[in-house]
Design a protein around this ligand. Structure first.
Ligand SMILES: *[C@@H]1O[C@H](CO)[C@@H](O)[C@H](O)[C@H]1NC(C)=O
Ligand SMILES: *[C@@H]1O[C@H](CO)[C@@H](O)[C@H](O)[C@H]1NC(C)=O
Ligand SMILES: *[C@@H]1O[C@H](CO)[C@@H](O)[C@H](O)[C@H]1NC(C)=O
Ligand SMILES: *[C@@H]1O[C@H](CO)[C@@H](O)[C@H](O)[C@H]1NC(C)=O
Ligand SMILES: *[C@@H]1O[C@H](CO)[C@@H](O)[C@H](O)[C@H]1NC(C)=O
Ligand SMILES: *[C@@H]1O[C@H](CO)[C@@H](O)[C@H](O)[C@H]1NC(C)=O
Ligand SMILES: *[C@@H]1O[C@H](CO)[C@@H](O)[C@H](O)[C@H]1NC(C)=O
Ligand SMILES: *[C@@H]1O[C@H](CO)[C@@H](O)[C@H](O)[C@H]1NC(C)=O
Ligand SMILES: *[C@@H]1O[C@H](CO)[C@@H](O)[C@H](O)[C@H]1NC(C)=O
Length: 225
């Protein structure tokens, strides 16, 4: 009877210790994450990552990698126009300080792992001009800080998920040249910060039923088929 009051705090401490040990990501985690990404690159014709992403140098000096000055964690990854072919591993979701991810103008393919939703700090996401397929995942609506979303020139199919209307900070949305169809979701009318929207070269049907008339004044250009 006397012991019971001590059990809950002890259990809590044990749980907390286990939790910390499992989830305390650091620069070492970031390195293994980028090495996992490297191992998912099947073709690197200019040997960019093959020679440059070497464990003998700090990952903050690796090509395309930017680290934050305060936390010394990877804050931006820019692999645009490197002629890379590969897929996105679920481990990429472990880059918990990542604010900008750009892999545009490559040949990344496959579908996108749901673990990317762990990237809570993401403000800019550019997957444009690759070969991604499947539906645009509805969990894209969980990137609360996202300001720019670029998925143009891929092979995304299905409808535009209505959850994109959740992205209250979104200023730029580019989905042109995919295989999207159906109605443009009304929830996009909730995007009060939207400056521009590119939807052309898809099989979308109108009319665009924006819920807020003010959105029209914010839209600088609007194209759709
Ligand atoms: C990173 O965390 C792991 C445990 O998650 C630990 O073993 C390692 O020493 C840490 N590395 C640095 C550089 O703090
Ligand atoms: C990797 O690339 C960066 C940026 O181009 C360069 O500064 C660095 O010296 C390269 N490192 C190696 C080991 O080639
Ligand atoms: C990525 O790098 C390219 C070439 O160095 C540059 O033009 C582009 O602006 C960069 N993108 C981001 C998001 O920093
Ligand atoms: C990274 O993410 C993967 C899959 O999401 C997970 O299984 C793994 O434990 C994580 N690794 C580290 C070092 O945190
Ligand atoms: C798309 O990316 C390829 C490289 O994968 C590049 O050659 C091409 O110019 C890009 N297209 C556009 C329209 O940017
Ligand atoms: C939409 O946003 C709310 C509040 O920020 C969040 O709870 C919810 O999970 C989001 N929905 C999706 C599909 O991400
Ligand atoms: C896009 O996907 C559809 C259905 O999976 C397929 O038939 C088509 O060939 C793909 N197009 C391109 C350009 O990859
Ligand atoms: C869409 O992109 C594909 C390559 O991904 C290209 O072959 C095609 O010409 C583009 N279509 C339009 C209408 O721009
Ligand atoms: C988003 O838009 C839908 C449809 O226009 C509406 O029903 C919903 O209340 C809106 N949500 C928010 C958070 O404004």
């Amino acid at each position: 009877m006397e012991k019971t009051p001590f059990l809950p705090p002890l259990m809590f401490l044990l749980l907390f210790a286990t939790f910390s040990a499992t989830f305390s990501a650091n620069i070492t985690t970031d390195q293994s994450t980028l090495l996992a990404l490297k191992s998912h690159i099947t073709h690197d014709p200019h040997n960019l990552l093959a020679t440059n992403w070497s464990t003998s140098t700090s990952l903050c000096d690796w090509i395309g990698v930017t680290c934050g000055s305060r936390h010394h964690r990877v804050t931006a990854l820019n692999l645009s126009s490197m002629d890379l072919t590969g897929t996105i591993p679920s481990q990429l979701g472990n880059l918990s300080f990542l604010a900008s991810l750009s892999i545009c103008h490559n040949s990344f393919h496959g579908s996108l792992p749901i673990e990317l939703t762990n990237l809570h700090r993401l403000k800019y996401l550019n997957f444009g001009n690759n070969s991604f397929s499947g539906e645009i995942p509805s969990w894209f609506g969980s990137f609360a800080k996202l300001q720019g979303l670029f998925l143009y020139m891929n092979n995304f199919t299905g409808v535009i998920p209505s959850t994109l209307g959740n992205l209250s900070k979104l200023g730029k949305l580019s989905l042109f040249n995919n295989s999207l169809q159906g109605q443009i979701p009304m929830t996009l009318g909730n995007l009060s910060n939207l400056e521009w929207l590119y939807l052309e070269d898809n099989s979308l049907s109108g009319p665009i039923l924006f819920s807020t008339i003010t959105l029209f004044s914010l839209l600088k250009s609007l194209f759709y088929n």
